[in-house]
Design a protein around this ligand. Sequence first.
Ligand SMILES: Cc1cc2nc3c(=O)[nH]c(=O)nc-3n(C[C@H](O)[C@H](O)[C@H](O)COP(=O)(O)O)c2cc1C
Length: 126
Amino acid sequence: MIAYASRTGNVQYIVSQLQADNIEITENLMLCQPFLLITYTDQLGEVPIKVSQFLKNNYSWCQGVVASGNLNFGSQYFGGAGDKIANTYNIPLVRKVDLRGFKADYKAIQQFYETRVIHENVLEIK
Ligand SMILES: Cc1cc2nc3c(=O)[nH]c(=O)nc-3n(C[C@H](O)[C@H](O)[C@H](O)COP(=O)(O)O)c2cc1C
């Protein structure tokens, strides 16, 4: 499963390029299964509020985080939501993506998803 947050459509586009079930994050969503988180970055390297709220309830199932950002914010802030989530919850930072990203980004994300998220599902069923 991919859980995502998108305000202006870039993350939604990234998700559309991936072969995976997906669900848009809402503050009260409870996901009792392994998932990959894809979020945008807000307010100078910050995690969007609804994503922070969602993670408080769901971080233990989160296998990795992808952050979309804009390189124009500079290296200190670019994709900062990904750094903050990875550090706070000790979750692998899979990739930072500039805006909608490129094919190489989708390929790397898909590969991570297939090895570290679907795989976890199989282990759960066993
Ligand atoms: C108010 C605002 C603040 C932003 N702050 C950052 C930032 O600090 N760092 C960053 O990398 N991108 C920042 N961005 C860029 C977005 O994270 C980027 O455009 C992302 O692709 C948006 O994803 P979405 O279209 O799915 O909402 C900001 C965008 C807006 C509108």
